[in-house]
Design a protein around this ligand. Structure first.
Ligand code: FO1
Length: 308
């Protein structure tokens, strides 16, 4: 079947990945995760997108929220609130255990990719999950004169600010994590998961050796639109695309990835964009892309693997 590399953000990506792992052997999948959303709180290193994928593939994610651990409690956070610390980022007790261990491993000198591999092993995740870089890259959201940390924009301020620009601090100096470039070189298929193109996939592409390798690879690059019927399935992708002057549609996403994609999968609701997207020089498959159940994820994963 050959190697598959998936570029992944958070919840949307995890939904596709839970299907992909059911139909391809774990050694054939390398997931490159966004770390632009990483945040330090209470001295702990938190990697939300890596954790969303790890918890989803380990079968312990809170399915309702799409992040955090199912059945988690919030005793530690309640106590921190009593101690008058800020508690807008909802860290559950079990989730905190992961951040404590990751931070310990990093403090002992482990790289983020090694720490991620260790955590995946402990949680029984067999597919290879690699952060985009072991160096810090931080997504900053600009809104007029404001420059917000990603989670401050996303969680604390509930995406209410109009996004006028996005920065990926540290991207110029950041090196791709070990194995990322080789995986892209060896890949038969590369999947741009249905994540926010501007806030979740762009941080990965902002590491220029990764973007360059994707531009020259012979692998078949397939994208899935996170915009369905002009709306984001989850999160602020539609608002952000609009404020950045991009067309808020499956076409707008295809155009954003124009130099990379060989094939784009759009939802049945968006069939009217098929011809325009093909004119960008890529093939288009129209499918049911909304993933509510595991069966939906498997069905879409099969389409991703069968497109040619
Ligand atoms: N998302 C929220 O909307 N609110 C939260 O309080 C929140 C806490 C949180 C804690 C741990 C974690 O791994 C993820 C968490 N997320 C939360 C999700 C996450 O911040 C975002 O979905 C991603 O960064 C965007 O992909």
């Amino acid at each position: 079947m050959g190697l598959v590399v998936a570029l992944a953000g958070g919840v949307g990506a995890a939904k596709l990945l839970r299907g992909l792992v059911k139909i391809i052997p774990p050694q054939d999948l390398v997931i490159v995760g966004n770390t632009g959303d990483d945040i330090e709180l209470y001295g702990l290193h938190i990697s939300p997108d890596l954790d969303i994928i790890m918890y989803t593939l380990a079968g312990i994610v809170d399915e309702t929220k799409g992040w955090g651990i199912s059945g988690d409690t919030f005793n530690c956070l309640d106590m921190l609130a009593k101690l008058r610390l800020e508690t807008w980022f909802k860290l559950g007790d079990r989730d905190l255990a992961i951040h404590i261990l990751r931070t310990k491993m990093l403090k002992e000198g482990m790289t983020l990719s090694k720490a991620t591999a260790e955590l995946c092993k402990m949680l029984g995740v067999k597919a290879k999950l690699v952060p985009m870089s072991d160096n810090p890259v931080r997504t900053k959201v600009l809104s007029g004169t404001l420059c917000l940390e990603f989670q401050e924009y996303f969680v604390k301020r509930q995406t209410r600010d109009i996004v006028t620009g996005v920065l990926f601090e540290g991207a110029e100096e950041a090196k791709p994590a070990p194995g990322v470039i080789k995986a892209i070189r060896d890949a038969d298929r590369i999947v741009m998961c249905p994540s926010n193109p501007v806030l979740s996939i762009s941080p990965i592409l902002s590491i220029s050796p990764i973007r360059k390798e994707l531009q020259k690879t012979d692998a078949y690059i397939i994208g899935i639109s996170p915009i369905v019927g002009g709306k984001a399935l989850k999160g602020p992708a539609d608002k952000v695309m609009a404020s950045m002057g991009l067309e808020v549609s499956a076409y707008g996403v295809a155009k954003f990835y124009e130099d990379l994609l060989d094939h784009f999968i759009i939802d049945k609701m968006d069939e009217q964009h098929k011809r325009r997207i093909e004119e960008l020089g890529m093939k288009v498959t129209v499918a049911d892309t909304v993933m509510k159940t595991l069966e939906d994820s498997i069905r879409l994963a099969k389409i991703v693997m069968e497109t040619k």
